[in-house]
Design a binder for this molecule. Structure first.
Ligand code: C5P
Length: 242
């Protein structure tokens, strides 16, 4: 039986009006929206408010990476804004990750913390340049995800091709948030190692982050329904197999 993942629509736009227009078109079919670096840099906390006022929840993708005290402070503010999920780099280290989880616990907020492991834009060469020695990229993803789990984070943001390995090594409770999703009918854009919503569901994703196949569609609501139908079909296939 496959769990149907929840859809997160990435509001990768540079102003509040465009973000609001998308939320207006998609809510309540979509209830979770990603506010990332572009929109947050442009509009700040108002971007979170616009989604929340409409009734939606926010995945605040800030990919924090700084000393523990600074990250704990930022995480505390993200929780105060009412974000449902927030991201930070696992490579910030154990103390930074623990300071962040402690800050959320102390705030009493249900906000979930997700770790970014190795950016999917880095290949083995790029990783070697950053760390100064040869490392197996996949092993590094697992090492960082495991560190995040040990430090008390709720899950990781991962490439669809890492779902199987992360599930197998870190177990079912780790929350897996998966970008790089492309329905068969959508353009790949600049994403390289993509997977369809169907296949990512079968692999075991908890959340799918989808941007341009929805936000750049002529009819974003229709594109969303097509994707949700694909997810529903996985559940129906399951039922059919009994
Ligand atoms: O438009 P698209 O569906 O490619 O958007 C994917 C979203 O997921 C973007 O907001 C992007 O920042 C994010 N993301 C990604 N790949 C990663 C991590 C995050 O595409 N490895």
């Amino acid at each position: 039986m496959h769990k149907t993942p929840e859809l997160i629509v990435a509001l990768d736009v540079g102003d509040l009006a465009s973000a609001s227009a998308l939320v207006e078109q998609l809510y309540p079919t979509v209830t979770l929206f990603k506010v990332g670096l572009q929109l947050f840099t442009a509009e700040g906390p108002l971007a979170v408010e616009v989604v929340r006022q409409r009734g939606g929840a926010v995945f605040l993708d800030l990919k924090l990476h700084d000393i523990p005290n600074t990250v704990a402070g930022a995480v505390r503010e993200a929780a105060r804004l009412g974000a449902a999920m927030c991201t930070l780099h696992a490579s910030g280290g154990r103390s930074m990750l623990q300071a962040a989880t402690a800050a959320v616990a102390a705030s009493g907020s249900p906000m979930r913390l997700l770790a970014v492991t190795v950016l999917t834009s880095l290949d083995s060469r790029g990783l070697e340049e950053v760390v100064g020695s040869k490392l197996d990229l996949t092993a590094q993803v697992v090492r960082l995800a495991s560190l995040a789990q040990e430090a008390g984070l709720d899950g990781v943001v991962a490439s669809p091709h890492e779902i199987g390995l992360l599930r197998a090594t870190l177990g079912p409770s780790l929350c897996l948030v998966i970008p790089g999703i492309r329905p068969a009918w959508a353009a790949a854009d600049d994403q390289r190692r993509v997977m369809t919503p169907h296949d990512a569901t079968v692999a075991g994703a908890d959340y799918l982050v989808i941007g341009r196949p929805i936000t750049a569609a002529t009819d974003p609501a229709k594109a969303t329904r097509r994707i949700l139908d694909e997810l529903k079909a996985v559940a129906e296939d399951d039922t059919g197999s009994f």
